[in-house]
Design a binder for this molecule. Structure first.
Ligand code: SAH
Length: 452
């Protein structure tokens, strides 16, 4: 058995086995299944830079003038007809980018443990919703549900439901296949905000929505992994004449191409979004993220639960992070719109400000530390010991390296949590302050996981 840190060793002694073995079993998800292929949808337009989306945007710009970067991102990513996310599967080796849950099952399992740990810390409510924003292929929720299933003895009296917020018809179809094996029903009631529903392989009801506001209120655990970075940002540049918003216009020297320009004067967005004390010369602001965080904070304040947000980002110090990825390579953000991902680093300090003190926040903490605290090393050892397949060992070790290596995802991705104030105040009473443990140390991931 792998060597366990002292507190875990105590737990293991109580449980008689490694806590990871006890809690999660030995199940290794076959690598081939994790890399399963779905139809990537039609990308016939990829070969020509003059995409239908480019034509649409040029028409718009010719009619009403240059557009903001936020408008460009919103149209390119989520336009119902030609948006990048809407009609093809961009995740994985054959797509444009790969995410942590697609790399290793361990990632989703540890996130599942985080939710169970928070559920226990908040008094084991009898009912809760797991709400995922932007679930991609559904892999992360699937891995979390496997943990819930294996912890059946703990959760069996709990009424759990899954609520997925997803705009993409193509990805929701893939999520439905991953989570229910295809057993879904379209919602026939046109007044219902639910557009699809199904039952998970273990019998948990699943509902799909287009917006967070449509998800019913109630004790909820929220999850957003690589979701906030896809929300539209405004970009601003400091000039000698003051702040100017960066806009997108047609290049007069190449009529099939777009280019960045500066607004000739201040715009309402400049007045609204740039803080007086700002010291940077270039700033990106994501008002949609601010609104979403306010909604999450209000819900958690009123109904309890927690939110875990994981993304690449910074603490209010980075400048120009807007970029595009296609086939795992950096791509010109203004070329072939609709055929490549657009993304900007998440400003966690802005998210913290936008909670307006309604909830406590923890992080951002880098992925390496968060997963270490969650016990990734022990889980890896358990999975390695329970498989004799060399290819599986290689897959697990490569996945671990990708998630944890500071030069890969370990340092780039960060975890940020919203928790009810009483969650930390409550643990405060249990903490022996003479040992001056910080409050964050009582929340798994931000401190070492201790299974009570
Ligand atoms: N969380 C997944 C997928 C990340 S990709 C993973 O880590 O693997 C971003 C996801 O957010 C996709 O599912 C995309 O369709 C969804 N998405 C993007 N913008 C959205 C929006 N405005 N509303 C709801 N879902 C959105």
């Amino acid at each position: 058995m792998a060597r366990l840190p002292a507190r875990r060793a105590l737990l293991a002694a109580v449980l008689g086995v490694s806590w990871q073995q006890r809690l999660l079993g030995h199940h290794v998800v076959p690598a081939a299944w994790r890399r399963r292929r779905f139809s990537a949808g039609s990308r016939a337009e990829d070969s020509s830079p003059v995409t239908p989306m480019l034509k649409h945007l040029m028409f718009k710009i010719k009619s009403t003038g240059p557009i903001t970067v936020a408008e460009y991102m919103r149209e390119v990513l989520t336009n119902p007809v030609k948006g990048y996310y809407m009609h093809h599967d961009m995740l994985g080796e054959r797509g444009d980018f790969v995410t942590s849950p697609e790399i290793s099952q361990i990632f989703g399992e540890l996130i599942g443990i985080w939710y169970v740990s928070e559920w226990m810390a908040t008094g084991k409510p009898k009912t809760f919703q797991l709400v995922e924003l932007g679930p991609g292929r559904g892999t992360l929720t699937d891995d979390i549900l496997r943990v819930f299933n294996q912890l059946g003895s703990l959760l069996n009296k709990c009424d759990i439901s899954i609520h997925l917020v997803e705009v993409s018809p193509k990805l929701s179809e893939i999520q439905a296949f991953t989570l229910t094996g295809g057993k879904i029903q379209p919602e026939l009631d046109v007044t219902s905000p639910v557009y699809m529903k199904g039952i998970s392989k273990a019998g948990i009801p699943i509902f799909w929505y287009r917006e967070l506001q449509d998800v019913p209120q109630g004790t909820s655990f929220y999850l957003a992994h690589e979701f906030f970075d896809a929300l539209p940002i405004h970009k601003f540049q400091r000039t000698e004449k003051g702040w100017r918003e960066v806009l997108i216009d047609i290049d007069p020297e190449a009529p099939d191409q777009l280019r960045f320009v500066l607004a000739p004067s201040t715009t309402p967005a400049t007045e609204l979004f740039i803080q007086r004390k700002e010291v940077r010369d270039h700033v990106e602001v994501c008002p949609d993220a601010g609104i979403l965080i306010q909604r999450l904070a209000c819900r958690i304040q009123e109904d309890g639960g927690a939110a875990l947000i994981a993304d690449y980002g910074h603490n209010g110090n980075k400048t120009d992070t807007f970029r595009s990825f296609r086939s795992h390579e950096l791509h010109d953000a203004l070329t072939g719109p609709g055929t490549a991902d657009l993304t900007a680093d998440v400003d966690f300090s802005y998210l913290r400000t936008m909670t307006q003190g309604r909830v406590a926040t923890l992080g951002p903490l880098n992925q390496h530390e968060f997963l270490k605290n969650m016990g990734i090393d022990v889980r890896l050892q358990v999975l390695l010991q329970n498989s004799s397949d060399k290819a599986m060992h290689k897959h697990l070790l490569q996945g671990y390296d990708m998630l944890m290596n500071p030069k890969k995802m370990g340092d780039r991705f960060h975890f940020f949590a919203l928790l009810p104030h009483q969650r930390l105040a409550h643990s405060d009473q249990k903490v022996n302050l003479r040992h001056s443990r910080s409050l964050s140390a009582t929340v798994a991931g931000f401190g070492e996981l201790v299974w009570k």
